[in-house]
Design a protein around this ligand. Structure first.
Ligand SMILES: C[S@@+](CC[C@H](N)C(=O)[O-])C[C@H]1O[C@@H](n2cnc3c(N)ncnc32)[C@H](O)[C@@H]1O
Length: 412
């Protein structure tokens, strides 16, 4: 398979065709050899030692092996510039040598912090934002939280970036609610990194690996940032699920929406809808959209996002997608297209049985885990479904993760 097919050429009549810049590829590949974090146990980029085109070939082979029996697997859509794509960073605090406050990621399988100043995957402004919060925390003598001894205050800083507006949101996660000198600290952060348009404190006293707790206080700004995807504006709050590679998210969504072949009349379900990104991006091409999402705050964001964009043909429900679709099937309600984008664990027999009963003309199954997608396609294939097309999208260069869009129809 030729490199030009693999890198960013869209086989569908899409919006985001990309040409190949081999100069940038080679520059990136040579940069990979210089990543110092790998040697210190980072483990975040297990494919970094491979040239990008080789990574894509391996991902393609894996998709063909796992999913090829259900339908044709199109060449994976890679990135033109597969670096600095991440719009979200979580950096954890610890003591470094000489009791100097550092922050970074946990070494693979441990709670030992590998200090990170720069990462080849992060948007550069996010590294600057983390450095500003770390510097201000040093000046205010905040102590890193020690989970074993239960001493100290600051646990993590989480930063998110909007590619369309350039805004950055920062959240300082603390183990207890009192942040001494909070106002002056916030002013210092703003001075050190003006791109941080909003700063929040999140309180998470619980042991374990969950980053965010339930309590939040805005130190300045609105507490959220806005991003634009596929022409629709989305509000991103600290805890919202939001895809982490904005360039490839547009490729993913436009692939899914064009594969649905909407004509403006269809009744569409966006199952596992998060903050409504797929349904709201599809709404202009459909008759009506209903979205369902389990997470209460994400479902509320989806309602707000519809209002903020003046989209009147979309509504959202908070609940279990399987119970929701099962209810629709029991009431004899009709759907023309179902988008489903479940978490890594995949969908469930209850959802898939209800899908068979509703029997839309097309189901567009977006997955971040081809192993569970294979299991679900097996279930559907036994009930008469086949894949018209299967498209891989490389949302996570240098890692082993692969995103896919499978377009499914049923023999009638
Ligand atoms: C992979 S995300 C996709 C979100 C969205 N489609 C996007 O692209 O941003 C999966 C979503 O499914 C939601 N979810 C998990 N289990 C669910 C369930 N049983 N019913 C409905 N939603 C669920 C999660 O909260 C998460 O927002």
């Amino acid at each position: 398979m030729s490199i030009s097919i693999l890198l960013g050429r869209r086989p569908l009549s899409g919006l985001f065709g990309r040409s190949v810049d081999m100069g940038a590829q080679m520059e990136g590949i040579s940069r990979a050899g210089r990543c110092p974090l790998e040697k210190r146990g980072c483990g975040g980029c297990p494919m970094l030692s491979l040239p990008y085109e080789e990574q894509l070939k391996r991902k393609q082979a894996k998709l063909e092996e796992l999913l090829g029996k259900f339908g044709p697997v199109a060449p994976i859509l890679g990135m033109e510039h597969p670096w600095h794509y991440r719009n979200k960073v979580i950096s954890s605090f610890a003591w470094g040598p000489g009791k100097n406050l550092v922050s970074g990621i946990y070494a693979q399988g441990t709670h030992r912090v590998v200090p990170v100043e720069q990462c080849l995957l992060h948007r550069e402004v996010l590294d600057q934002a983390v450095a500003a919060v770390r510097q201000a925390a040093r000046e205010f003598r905040y102590q890193p939280f020690d989970e074993n001894r239960r001493t100290g205050l600051i646990r993590h800083v989480l930063c998110r970036h909007s590619l369309s507006t350039g805004e950055v949101l920062a959240v300082l996660v603390t183990a207890s609610p009192v942040l001494p000198g909070a106002r002056a600290f916030a002013a210092r952060v703003k001075e050190l990194c003006p791109a941080i348009v909003t700063l929040a404190q999140n309180v998470n006293p619980r042991p374990g690996s969950a980053v965010l707790g339930d309590r939040e206080k805005i130190l300045y700004g609105r507490g959220y940032i806005e991003d634009v995807l596929c022409g629709v504006k989305f509000r991103i709050a600290p805890s919202s699920f939001y895809q982490i590679n904005p360039v490839q998210t547009e490729v993913l969504y436009s692939t899914a929406i064009s594969a649905a072949r909407l004509t403006g009349k269809e009744r569409v379900l966006d199952a596992y809808c998060g903050v409504g990104t797929i349904g709201l991006s599809a709404a202009a091409h459909a008759g009506s959209v209903v979205g369902v999402e389990l997470n209460r705050s994400a479902a509320a964001c989806a309602v707000d996002n519809a209002k903020a964009n003046n989209i009147r043909n979309a509504r959202f429900r908070c609940g279990d997608a399987a119970a929701f679709l099962d209810g629709m099937a029991a009431r004899g309600e009709q759907l023309d297209v179902v988008f489903l984008d479940p978490p890594r664990a995949g969908s469930t027999p209850v959802f898939l049985d209800a899908l068979c009963r509703v029997s839309p003309a097309r189901a567009v199954y977006i997955s971040c885990n081809p192993e569970t997608q294979r299991r679900d396609l097996e279930y559907l294939a036994a009930r008469g479904w086949r894949a018209e097309s299967i498209q891989g999208v490389d949302m996570f260069p240098h890692t082993e993760h692969i995103e896919t869009v499978a377009v499914l129809t049923r023999r009638r």
